[in-house]
Design a protein around this ligand. Sequence first.
Ligand code: CP
Ligand code: NVA
Length: 304
Amino acid sequence: MRHYLKFTDFTRDEYQYLFDRTVKLKALHKAGELYQPFKGKVLGMIFEKSSTRTRVSFEAGMAQFGGHAMFMQSKDTQLGRGEPIEDVAQVISRMVDLVMVRTYEQSIIERFAENSKVPVINGLTNEYHPCQIMADIFTYIEHRGPIAGKTVAWIGDSNNVSRTWLQAARIFDFKLNLACPRGYEMTLLGDEAYGAEHFEQFYDPYQAARDADIVTTDVSVSMGYERETLQRKKDFINYRVNEKVMLQAKADAVFMHCLPAHRGEEVDPEVIDGPQSLVWDEAENRMHTQKAVMEYLLLGKIED
Ligand code: CP
Ligand code: NVA
C-alpha cells in the first residue's frame, strides 16, 4: 500500500506514468466517455481547513470514476472534539477505500497514514501541497513542453506550495528562484538538501524573475497563520507579481497561482487575468491529475 503525503513519495518515472495517464483520463472526460473503475468505492475527505478546488476536484473526480466522495469537516466530527487522529484513522479506513486529508502539521497526516488501512492523499498541510504542484507541472508541460532545465520564479512566502515546488525541482531537474522578504526564507525539513542548480534564494523579486519560464506566487497569509496577517501584509508589500516583474521573465513565460488569489496583493489583475496566465487550466488540472493518482493508488498501473 502506498500513500501520497509529499511530492517525493513518487519517482520521476511514476510522475511520467501519472502524466501519461492524466492525458488519457482528461481526453476521456472531454469526449464525454464514461470510465468508472471505482464503482462501489468511497473516498473519505477530512478537511480541517477551508477549500474550494481541492474539495470539488476530488469529489467530481470520484463521481466521474463511478465512486462516492464523503466530505467531512473536522469541526463537525469527533476530531473537532479531540478524538485522537490515530483512532479516527483506524475507524474511517475500515469503511472507505481511500482517504484525503487537509490539515495543519505534516505530522498529523503522517500519524493518520501510519494507522490507516487504505491509501492516504495529502490535500494540503502547513508544510506541503503535493497535489497542487503535480497539477501545476502537468499544466506547464501541456502548454510549453518539458520542464527540465527551466526556471521557476516564486515571488512570495516560503510556504507549503513553494516548499513543494522545491521538492519537485530536484525530481524534474528545474531551478527554483525564490524571492521573499528577510525573515521568511525557505526552511528545509528533515534531510532535504538542494544544490545551487535547483534552488536559489533572492530578496529582490526582479532578480528572481529574470529569464524565468514560470512566474508564480501565492497568498502571503496561509491558512493557519491568520494571527500574523497585519505583519505579513506589511512585510510582503513589495512582493507582488506585476507587469514589471513579468517583463523580467522570458517572453513566453507563463504565470501560475494555486488560487485563491488576492488581486492587488500578491498579484496584479493585469497579470492573473492577462494572456500569460494559466490559472484556470491549472485549477481544472487538479481534477485530472488527482484522478490519475487515485487510480494508481487503488488499482496500480493500467496497461493499455
Ligand atoms: N489550490 C487549492 O488547494 O485551493 P483550495 O484551497 O480552494 O482547495
Ligand atoms: N498557501 C496557501 C495555499 C492555499 C491553497 C494556504 O496554505 O493557505
